[in-house]
Structure formats: C-alpha cells, structure tokens
Design a protein around this ligand. Structure first.
Ligand SMILES: [Zn+2]
Length: 266
C-alpha cells in the first residue's frame, strides 16, 4: 500500500499538519506510512520512505527515538497516557526535524485524558506531528476533531458509488458553481436542502464527490485548485462514511457545506 495521494501532495508542498485523525480499515497502515514518510532522511519521493536510511531502519525495528506510539491501557486512554504523550511530544527530535506521536484508539479516552489531549493539540510543540486513529471518529469531541485533518481510509461506503440521478448531479453542479459567490447565510440555508432524508443527503454527497473527482481529472470546469479539490474530495468521503452511522446529520451537513464553501472561495 502507498500513502494516500492527498497526503503525498501535502508532503511535496511542505504542508504538514500538526494533527491527523485517521479512521477506516487502513487507518493504521496509513499512519505507519505517514510516520515513515515524515521521518525518512532520504525519501525516494515526497511521501515515500526509502526503507534503508538509519531513520527507516530504526522505525522498522521500533527503536526510532523520534517516533512514539502511546497505546491505551486496558482498552482506555487515561490522563496518565496523555501525560506520557505530552512529555514525549515536548522533547526535541534526535535524528531528524520532527517528532511523530501515534495514538491508536483515540476514541477510547476518559474525560481527563481528552482534556489533556485537547490542551496539547491547542498548543502543539513546534516539531510534533500527532497521528490519531479512531474506529468511531464521531465519538471524539468536536473541539478535537476541529484541530485534526480527518481522513477515512477504505470506509465501505466511500468505495461503491451508487446510481446517481441526473437531477441530483445537476443540483450538485449548480451548488458547486454558485458556492464561491454565496453569502454565508445562504450556504447554511442550502445545507438544509436534504435535511429530511438521510439517504438523499448521502446520495447528494456522492454527487458532489463525483463532480469533484471529474474536476480533479480536468473533465469538469472549476476555479478551485487541485489541492482544494482533493481536500474537498477527502472531506466528502469522510462525510459519506459518517452519515451512514448515527452521527448528527444537521451538524455534519453544516460542516460539509462550510468546508466546501471555504475551499471554493478564492
Ligand atoms: Zn529512509
């Protein structure tokens, strides 16, 4: 498996976030790939670790001084684990320029633990990158979610595209075309279009995703940058995965529309 193309693009542009939250069946594999890509001293290309430099070898052996995995204890992250994370993240890197902290099962956390993590994410040490993993990202506090870049890898919903009616595709096209000029209040009104029907909402997200995918390939005219398109596609994939679960539909839809709107603004 390779690192997700969007993450590769980020690394190529030197735009690394302080915190990522990965979900889906490939979350752990993608976190390992990103950690390797961030720590490798001689990447083959941005996002692809060489596998042979001292950093890569240390990482493979589980002895890299700048990579720390904090596992939950008895299935739960408590404040002790988060203090461990704080301590480890604030040390200066030894081998390279970054410290990578991997946090599996970030959704299994006590309230105290969550508060400590939140403080850490609010003021992250300069060189630290946090890779959180969660089977149920919607179980995390919105204040934590908002500080992470969210990725869903291999969620089953995002892989199979359903039949999409012309009507829905037209509606998606119209929305994307109008977004850059729309005032905020109107974006929030439009976010209510499919309020009454979770399944229709999900199909509409699929329609938006389809258009964005064709725009990435240059088959659909858009003013959005490729980076903004990839970011939007990723966000929609996560939304499609989340809407199939018991997440609050109104809140999710607001977030999706606002993020699309921000991406469409120039
Ligand atoms: Zn390497």
């Amino acid at each position: 498996m390779e690192l997700h193309p969007y993450l590769k693009t980020q690394l190529a542009n030197g735009q690394v976030s302080h915190a990522y939250l990965f979900s889906g069946q490939h979350a752990s594999a993608q976190a390992d790939l990103l950690a390797a890509a961030l720590l490798c001293q001689n990447p083959l290309q941005p996002g692809q670790a060489c596998g042979v430099c001292p950093a890569c070898r240390n990482l493979q052996a589980g002895t890299h001084p700048d990579c720390r995995t904090v596992e939950p204890k008895d299935g739960l992250h408590r404040v002790e684990q988060m203090r461990e994370l704080v301590a480890s993240a604030s040390l200066s890197p030894v081998l390279g320029k970054r410290k990578v902290c991997i946090l599996p099962a970030a959704d299994k956390m006590t309230e105290d633990g969550t508060n400590t993590l939140l403080k850490l994410l609010e003021e992250p040490p300069e060189n630290a990158v946090f890779l959180l993993q969660a089977a149920a990202p919607d179980a995390l506090l919105p204040t934590i979610l908002s500080r992470c870049q969210l990725f869903c890898f291999g969620g089953n919903a995002a892989e199979v595209e359903p039949e999409l009616s012309e009507e829905l595709l037209d509606a998606a096209e119209t929305l994307l075309a109008q977004l850059p000029e729309m005032p905020l209040y109107q974006v929030l009104i439009r976010a209510r279009d499919y309020e009454k029907d979770r399944e229709q909402q999900k199909l509409f997200f699929f329609a938006l995703l389809k258009l964005i995918h064709s725009a990435v390939k240059g088959q659909h005219p858009t003013e959005m940058s490729v980076e903004a398109l990839l970011r939007s596609a990723n966000m929609l994939e996560t939304a499609i995965d989340l809407i199939s679960r018991s997440v609050n539909q109104k809140m999710l839809t607001d977030v999706v529309y606002l993020r699309l709107w921000q991406s469409a603004l120039r």
